[in-house]
Design a protein around this ligand. Structure first.
Ligand SMILES: [Zn+2]
Length: 472
């Protein structure tokens, strides 16, 4: 029998020191959010060195770093960070297989679970079990504070009702908003979940009946809700939405944003984050690139092929180091998300931070097509720009031919908005736009409205799938 005494969550957090170290809004905007470059670097350095000392005790890091020729003491400050080998989610997957159930990167075993409040959240998992990450009370609350800072900078205030259409289940996107709004803003979380939990038509009925003023959801799902509103006669602008807090993806020319803002008559705010690191960056009311949450995460942009850290202004993989996480430490995690990091500057909102560009694609979804690197997410721009589409698409990669004649076939399936749209004309225009955006000719097929959702998972799952790889 388990004889452990209960532990009370509220006693496990030193709330005053948490708020001093990681100030929630509005304190953040008056303190940590406007440190000078030198002051911020010093704060980051202190936190980085504390995380390094912890990580050296964790087998995953100790083994990898020793193998790379590093010894404790070799990395003396943040200036030496490039000496540390980066890792990817594939390495985490291996670490979990090697030391189940939680993996050699997490300094907790099943025997330690009673020592502090722990939650299990997961990410990924298209094959096998999803990838597990443990969260202690510290990580959960700081993720909430990170999200609250973003939502506050975007105008969410106490008493606002924020409808969260990610499901509060194993992934952290819904929990971030829930904790940010509820614990750290005094806004009201309305956890309707994804379309599986609450169908789209019902989502809109609830929003109208209970007075939703803000949404936390994917850009694609906001487009889907707009379509459902049009089909069911819901007057979307009449909902009085004040903010669409979202993850808009590779909206390079801003077409999806404009389309959503026109449909909802409300501003779109883009955010970027990850399961292990939490919210990394957010747009403020200026909506001019995304502020990096610099006291919680150190961001580098690295060359996709060589892994070398690139100067600011270059395009490459985001490599992130969590400055607050001990369970597990996350040091130089190559997210394989392609973005650009920009120099620090004073923003009109008052924050002074580095900023990240719009999301430009995922380097692990890259398909080599006749010598050109093609990223499925790069199709979003052309598809969402054209009002004859629903904005929905799916890239299908397969092999055709045999032996030496075998080659990659890349088809972009695109939904037309209704069956009154001329499929032939749309096909030809899409083929031309995609050729221009991708730099290589791809095949296009026009699909009927709503027909791709069973493949993309739109409205059903927290993530939208854009690549169907049939090559294996
Ligand atoms: Zn700003």
């Amino acid at each position: 029998m388990n004889t452990n005494a209960p532990r009370y969550y509220w006693q496990q957090v030193d709330w005053e020191s948490l708020m001093r170290d990681y100030p929630p809004p509005p304190l953040f905007e008056k303190t940590t959010g406007r440190l000078s470059a030198d002051e911020m670097r010093a704060l980051q350095n202190d936190r980085f060195m504390a995380r390094m000392a912890e990580a050296w005790k964790v087998p995953f890091y100790r083994d990898r770093w020793t193998e790379a020729g590093l010894e404790p003491g070799d990395v003396r400050s943040l200036d030496d960070i490039e000496r540390i080998p980066a890792f990817t989610s594939d390495d985490l997957k291996e670490a979990i297989e090697a030391a189940p159930p939680f993996g050699s990167h997490q300094p907790v075993t099943a025997d330690d679970l009673a020592e502090r409040p722990i939650r299990i959240l997961t990410s990924g998992g298209t094959t096998g079990l999803p990838r597990v990450t443990l969260f202690d009370q510290h990580s959960m609350e700081i993720q909430g504070i990170q999200t609250a800072r973003a939502l506050y900078a975007q105008g969410l205030r106490a008493g606002d009702i924020i409808q969260i259409t990610y499901t509060n289940s194993l992934a952290n996107a819904a929990w971030c908003a829930y904790q940010g709004a509820y614990h750290w803003l005094g806004a009201v979380p309305l956890t309707t979940g994804s379309g599986v939990v609450t169908p789209s038509e019902r989502q809109l009925q609830i929003a109208r009946a209970w007075g939703t003023t803000a949404w936390w959801t994917r850009g694609e799902y906001l487009a889907r809700l707009a379509q459902v509103a049009a089909e069911t006669g819901v007057d979307l602008p009449a909902l009085g939405t004040r903010g669409l807090h979202t993850h808009i993806g590779p909206d390079i020319d801003g077409h999806l944003r404009r389309r959503l803002e026109d449909a909802w008559n409300a501003p779109v705010f883009d955010n970027y984050g990850s399961h292990e690191i939490g919210p990394i960056s957010f747009e403020c009311r200026a909506r001019d690139r995304k502020h990096v949450s610099e006291d919680t995460v150190f961001v580098e942009i690295c060359d996709i092929d060589t892994g070398e850290t690139l100067p600011n202004g270059s395009r490459g993989n985001v490599v992130a180091t969590s400055l607050y996480r001990s369970l597990p430490p996350i040091i130089r995690y190559n997210m394989r998300d392609i973005m650009i990091l920009y120099d620090r500057e004073a923003c009109e909102c008052g924050l002074q931070t580095h900023k990240l560009s719009t999301f430009l694609g995922r380097s692990d979804e890259m398909v080599k097509l006749r010598g050109t690197n093609v990223y499925p997410l790069a199709c979003q721009n052309a598809v969402s720009r054209d009002p004859r589409t629903t904005g929905e698409f799916l890239c299908v990669v397969s092999h055709e031919g045999e032996g030496l004649a075998r080659r990659e076939k890349f088809v972009v399936r695109i939904e037309r908005r209704s069956n009154s749209v001329d499929a032939k004309a749309l096909h030809d225009d899409m083929a031309a736009s995609l050729h221009r955006d991708l730099g290589v000719r791809v095949d296009v097929e026009i699909a009927e409205p709503g027909s791709l959702s069973e493949f993309t998972g739109l409205g059903l799952q927290n993530k939208v799938r854009r690549l169907l790889d049939l090559r294996q």
